[in-house]
Design a binder for this molecule. Structure first.
Ligand SMILES: *[C@@H]1O[C@H](CO)[C@@H](O)[C@H](O)[C@H]1NC(C)=O
Ligand SMILES: *[C@@H]1O[C@H](CO)[C@@H](O)[C@H](O)[C@H]1NC(C)=O
Ligand SMILES: *[C@@H]1O[C@H](CO)[C@@H](O)[C@H](O)[C@H]1NC(C)=O
Length: 574
């Protein structure tokens, strides 16, 4: 094999040789996750002008899950649920304030290690497990122990970013914090000036000594300076690319990133096939989240929809490269493929010059960040398993990210863990048409730690209740940069709003909640919400301020103290 360099020989030995070989044929599992891709951004979900031939191919050869729900409208909690089959609230992955995802690689928050992930289960069944791309589920606990790292959560191999992509990582000075809080700089400056004048006055009135005056000034300006420095140097401290535990690129460079992720995924699959072990591979794309980046030669200016459209088409190309490899390796028929997006399109996102840089959510209203809005949580999803799943089929009853874990357990002939509550259901009988009955009576839609909405499946009807809605800016379906889950962003609805989302997916006509039928439905859902709430055991929050703040000793840094390096592994191949 041409690419069998020493590095990969070492990888092969580390991953495959010492582990027991399984004799029973078990399907490979390929999970592909796009970032912030909207329902309306994909050809097979109704977009006729964007070109996504590879995702469309998966739909043609498999099943379209047209009612697939992400358990949160934001990356970190949603991915936590994908990994564990449980509501993020059960793991403390829900926030009670505005910060609802990890924003520093050197923070101590992340997926708790006592959770059982799909990778840990796969390993129990003799699988080789790999994770390529965006992780966003934390790195260290309080010491440099990598407690949240993919390699400590069941994966044998990791190549990717522990955090996320951010608009701060591009070449233009473009801070995400300024997009959300445009007044932050002025407010800080005003604070420093006002307090300086106040201390000056105290010194003038001889309340403060010169020394007291200087110390007071430092106490006020130092935290402001550190705060500003962190957000201005976001790229250096947070745009980090790792191979296993090693930082291989800092700050991350977008050149060849798409190709590098593809190469890593393909190499992992080749190795597994060569060693005759089934694999679980998660390809977690960094696209189509901002900052948008495109490979110059092939994708810049290619789509009809500007930079964002180019991004989708490049992401779809990556999907193609990976599924074509299944063909080349001759394992298409023994591989279960699942493609989804971590949450809905970010409808408020703009690029430099105000061009739209976020996704479209089709007929569904609202978007990313709005946990109760359909546009934030209905995600374009397809699954393929030749010979088991009927080509070009559709499942239109509600399914969820959380169903992946029990579904994989069933493919492996096993059970989901029984020592804890698993919220997902085995969806394999539904996907294969063995049992067309809906699998979820109720799904609950969290925004942070609040339940903003819920859905109830009654035969072919699906009722959705909104206890809270969002105060969208006039003429839009979003807030400034992103809606919060409480405060002025939201509006309590009493009586709640009720829709039949099976017949009214755009939630245009609220049902009459005074009718006895709808009264009954509201009280059924209300009781289910109560029951769910009481089943969520209190656990420590991963979003307390102390867990979210950057801790200097946890800061990843290559070539200390420079904190700069380039990953030339794939570049040197050319
Ligand atoms: C198709 O997707 C592009 C990119 O998001 C978007 O600009 C366009 O409006 C979408 N078309 C439809 C019909 O949703
Ligand atoms: C990396 O990028 C260079 C220049 O942009 C290109 O010539 C080369 O083919 C790329 N390498 C890979 C592995 O894609
Ligand atoms: C793969 O499965 C499909 C559908 O069951 C079948 O038509 C095809 O012949 C199979 N291909 C191989 C190589 O076994």
């Amino acid at each position: 094999m041409k690419r069998m360099e020493p590095f990969y020989r070492i990888l092969a030995i580390a991953l495959f040789i010492h582990l027991p070989q399984t004799t029973a044929k078990r399907p490979n599992i390929l999970i592909i996750v796009a970032d912030d891709l909207g329902y309306g951004d994909v050809g097979c979900f109704g977009n006729s002008t964007i070109r996504t031939p590879n995702i469309d191919r998966l739909a043609r050869e498999g099943v379209r899950l047209s009612h697939h729900i992400a358990p949160a409208a934001l990356c970190t909690p949603s991915r936590a649920a994908l990994m564990t089959g449980r509501y993020p609230a059960r793991m403390g992955m829900v926030s009670n304030h505005v910060v609802r995802v990890n924003i520093f690689t050197s923070a101590s928050s992340g997926l708790p290690s006592n959770e059982i992930t799909i990778a840990e289960l796969a390993k129990d069944h003799g699988y080789a497990t790999g994770f390529v791309g965006k992780w966003h589920l934390g790195l260290h606990c309080l010491t440099r122990d990598f407690c949240h790292h993919p390699l400590k959560q069941g994966f044998d191999y990791f190549y990717g970013i522990p955090l996320t992509n951010l608009k701060d990582f591009g070449s233009e000075p473009n801070r995400a914090i300024d997009a959300k809080y445009p007044w932050v700089n002025q407010a800080l400056a005003a604070g420093v000036i006002t307090s300086s004048l106040f201390f000056f006055a105290l010194w003038y009135l001889q309340v403060l000594s010169v020394r007291g005056f200087v110390i007071a000034l430092i106490c006020v300006s130092l935290p402001v300076y550190i705060f500003d420095w962190l957000f201005t140097n976001n790229k250096l401290i947070n745009a980090i690319l790792m191979r296993n535990y090693e930082v291989v690129e800092q700050p991350m460079v977008f050149t060849n990133l798409t190709q590098r992720l593809v190469n890593e995924g393909n190499a992992f699959m080749e190795q597994s096939v060569a060693s005759e072990r089934p694999f679980l591979l998660v390809m977690s794309w960094i696209q189509v989240h901002t900052v948008l980046y495109n490979s110059k030669k092939d994708f810049v200016g290619r789509s009809q929809h500007g930079e964002y459209g180019d991004n989708i088409e490049e992401m779809d190309w990556s999907v193609g490269e990976i599924i074509n490899s299944l063909d080349h390796l001759g394992i298409t028929n023994e591989t279960f493929v699942y493609f989804t997006s971590d949450n809905g399109g970010h409808v408020e996102e703009t690029g430099p010059g105000g061009s739209r840089h976020g996704g479209h959510n089709g007929v569904f209203r609202g978007g990313k960040g709005q946990g109760g809005s359909e546009g934030g949580i209905r995600v374009p999803t397809v699954a393929r398993f030749p010979g088991r799943i009927t080509p070009s089929s559709e499942v239109s009853s509600p399914t969820s990210f959380m169903d992946i874990l029990p579904s994989l357990a069933s493919l492996w002939g096993g059970q989901a863990p029984s020592d804890r509550l698993i919220d997902g259901r085995n969806m394999i009988p539904l996907l294969t048409g063995m049992n067309p009955n809906p699998i979820h009576d109720y799904l609950f839609h969290y925004c942070g730690n609040h339940i903003h909405a819920a859905r109830y499946t009654d035969g072919s009807d699906v009722y959705k209740v909104h206890y809270f809605t969002y105060n969208w800016l006039p003429g839009s379906e979003g807030c400034a940069f992103m809606c919060d889950c409480s405060g002025s962003s939201v509006q309590s609805q009493n009586p709640p709003l009720l829709f039949n989302i099976a017949t009214d997916p755009g939630e245009r006509s609220p049902l009459d909640v005074t009718s006895s039928k709808h009264q009954r439905i509201l009280s059924l859902i209300g009781a289910a919400v109560q029951e769910h709430r009481s089943s969520v055991e209190p656990v420590s929050s991963q979003y307390s301020i102390s867990r979210l703040i950057p801790l200097p000793w946890l800061q990843p840094c290559c070539n200390f103290p420079k904190c700069m390096c380039r990953d030339t592994f794939w570049l040197s191949k050319e």
